[in-house]
Structures are given as structure tokens and as C-alpha cells.
Design a protein. Structure first.
Length: 230
């Protein structure tokens, strides 16, 4: 006997792709703000397509990039564990399609669907490992190696599927914020990576596998002869 629709296994991605009840699917233009730091935290977001940037701003007005997110990533999930105000600002880095799930709906589906709970827990574990890796990166690696790692992450090296060129709109200022450095240093390092044949950089950035090989094997070209801004 054929399975009926009601008997099909629960599919978290299909569930999140549809607007219904406490779920809303919206499109965002490039550079459009999704929420701002300090806004009430009342829902969780899931990226269907596109990329999102998370930033934090200090009381002195200094901004830092904390994450670049892609399709199948959650964000704003802090409200599910008691966060009442947004701790960061979320901005569409490209045109995006994003599902917003109310806190109540999210809690209901986590309670009722074990497949969804497993899907979300997997996201949390991956996010936690990324945060830990970022902390180690900031503590022990040079600005140059942090930039190399950031470029590899943005190009999806290590993810399923083929690596992809980076976005045209990622500026040197944004890369500097991401690695805790200056635009002048990023400019020097990007030009160096290009001279070594590790990237193509002409408006659009294309990362070559040779950059991954160099970072993994910590070959001396990356660290030696680093030029410093005057």
C-alpha cells in the first residue's frame, strides 16, 4: 500500500520553506536590515536562500562582524533560550529568502517533532564548533592567517558541493572587521595572496584550493615576509 502524505517522515527543511501559522517567508534586498541590535527578540530566522551578515556595535560606535551565514543556517535563535533583546544586527548580504518563526511556534515544533529538534541541535553544535574555532583563530593566529581562513569559509571550502567565488560586495573594510584588523593590512594581504596565485582578485574574489593547502600545511609563504602598512 502506498504511503499517504500524513505518513511521510517529517522534513524540517520542507516545513521551514512554507509560510503557515507562526511561520512567515519574506524576501530581503541586498543590504536590507532584518533586525537591529537592541530590538525585541521574539522569533527565530532560517535562511532559505542568500547570505546574511551579523554585526555587533559597541557603545563607542565601533562595529565588528561576528558571522557570515548562508542557506540552511538559523540565526536569532537566542530568544529560544531566554534572550529578550537582539545582541547583534542581522543584514542581508545578498538578496535573501528567509523564514521567520515565532518563539511559540518554534517551541511547539521542537516539542512535537523529534526530527526538527535533531535538525536544530545539529545546527547549534556546528555553530558552537565554529565559535570555538574563531576564538582559537583570534587568540593564536596572525591577521594574515585569519584572513586566509575567513576567505576559505566564505568560499565554502570544507562544505558540501563545489567551492564558489566570493561576493562582489564584500569590501576590504568588512574583511578587516571580520578578522579584527585594519583595511590597510587586508589590502596588503589580499595583494600578496594574489601575487602568490592563491586568489583571483579583481572586484570579484575567487579563492583557489592552493590557499586551503597552504593554511592546512602552514607553509612558510603565508607568514614570511609580511609587509606592514606605513
Amino acid at each position: 500500500m502506498n504511503q499517504t502524505t500524513n505518513e511521510l517522515p517529517f522534513d524540517p527543511k520542507a516545513f521551514l520553506a512554507k509560510a503557515n501559522g507562526g511561520r512567515t517567508v519574506s524576501k530581503y534586498a541586498t543590504n536590507q536590515t532584518i533586525y537591529q541590535q537592541g530590538d525585541p527578540a521574539v522569533s527565530i530566522f532560517y535562511i532559505l536562500t542568500g547570505r546574511v551578515k551579523l554585526t555587533v556595535t559597541s557603545e563607542e560606535g565601533k562595529e565588528a562582524v561576528t558571522a557570515f551565514l548562508k542557506a540552511d543556517d538559523f540565526f536569532g535563535e537566542g530568544c529560544a533560550v531566554g534572550e529578550t533583546l537582539r545582541l547583534s544586527t542581522a543584514t542581508a548580504l545578498t538578496e535573501c529568502t528567509i523564514t521567520e518563526v515565532t518563539k511559540a511556534e518554534f517551541g511547539r515544533i521542537i516539542h512535537n517533532e523529534s526530527a526538527f529538534a535533531e535538525f536544530f541541535i545539529s545546527h547549534l553544535l556546528i555553530r558552537s564548533s565554529h565559535i570555538q574555532a574563531d576564538l582559537v583563530d583570534q587568540l593564536f593566529n596572525s591577521s594574515e592567517k585569519r584572513l586566509a581562513r575567513a576567505l576559505l569559509i566564505l568560499a565554502n571550502f570544507g562544505e558540501e558541493g563545489e567551492p564558489e567565488p566570493l561576493l562582489e560586495k564584500i569590501s576590504q573594510e568588512t574583511l578587516a572587521e571580520m578578522i579584527g584588523s585594519t583595511r590597510a593590512q587586508v589590502n596588503i594581504f589580499m595583494n600578496k595572496f594574489r601575487r602568490l596565485g592563491l586568489i583571483d582578485y579583481n572586484g570579484r574574489i575567487k579563492v583557489h584550493r592552493s590557499l586551503l593547502n597552504m593554511v592546512l600545511h602552514e607553509r612558510p609563504q603565508i607568514e614570511s615576509g609580511v609587509e606592514r602598512p606605513q
